[in-house]
Design a protein around this ligand. Structure first.
Ligand SMILES: [Zn+2]
Length: 218
């Protein structure tokens, strides 16, 4: 079982609302995760929790290649308006393959591969993220049951595997843009994410007139 040490703790007013920011070092890897804590989280009502894996390009630079930045902002809005909630910011860039490999995978995607095949082409796992340290931080905060903000059933199962009970899955959907739509489609079709993409979202080939008054596809 992962062990974590709380190293620092301060108030963090944000544009979304007031949080407490706490830094945790994972004893085994020495990696540092952040917890943004809102309100009371160890009471009887399970807090709203988001496990957000770091995405420098999406979170900081507003990259449209993925939906990470938008999900981060949406999660902070939801948590800031809840009675109690926690956002854990986990240093697992590029689904755990690291920043350089993520950019290498982007280059392969520029040549037409999807996010899954690009990772495989580089000899890397499709998803290397782990949530044992997230579970350890939640336990430190006195949290055994959560309402989890996620579209990813695998994340929910992983957290439960580390002993945190997920009493509710709260969807966290973003609005697709023309750049990230293929990425979102791959997440839905190949990685099992529960995204409410419509048929039109999923098929971005141009519509054409088929002479029968209905919409066809090329
Ligand atoms: Zn991202």
């Amino acid at each position: 079982m992962d062990k974590v040490t709380c190293l620092a703790d301060a108030a963090l007013p944000t544009r979304y609302g007031q949080f407490r920011v706490m830094t945790f070092e994972v004893d085994e890897t020495r990696s540092v995760s952040l917890a943004l804590v809102r309100g009371t989280v160890s009471g009887s009502r399970p807090p709203l929790v988001r496990l957000h894996s770091q995405c420098l390009t999406g979170d900081v630079f507003g990259s449209l290649r993925c939906d990470c930045g938008e999900q981060l902002a949406a999660a902070l809005v939801r948590i800031a308006t809840s009675d109690g909630g926690i956002l854990l910011y986990l240093p697992q860039e590029g689904r755990g393959i690291g920043l350089v490999n993520k950019i290498r995978a982007y280059a392969l995607q520029d040549d037409g591969l999807d996010t899954v095949d690009a990772n495989l082409m580089l000899g890397l796992p499709v998803d290397r993220r782990e949530y044992g340290s997230a579970a350890a931080i939640l336990r430190y905060l006195g949290v055994a049951r959560v309402r989890l903000l996620t579209n990813n059933p695998a994340k929910l199962r992983a957290l439960e595997g580390h002993g945190i009970r997920v009493v509710e899955r709260v969807p966290l959907e973003t609005t697709p843009n023309p750049v990230n739509l293929p990425y979102l489609r791959t997440k839905a079709e190949r990685l099992g994410h529960l995204l409410g993409l419509t048929v039109d979202d999923l098929d971005t080939r141009p519509a054409r007139c088929n002479g029968h008054g209905t919409r066809g596809r090329r």
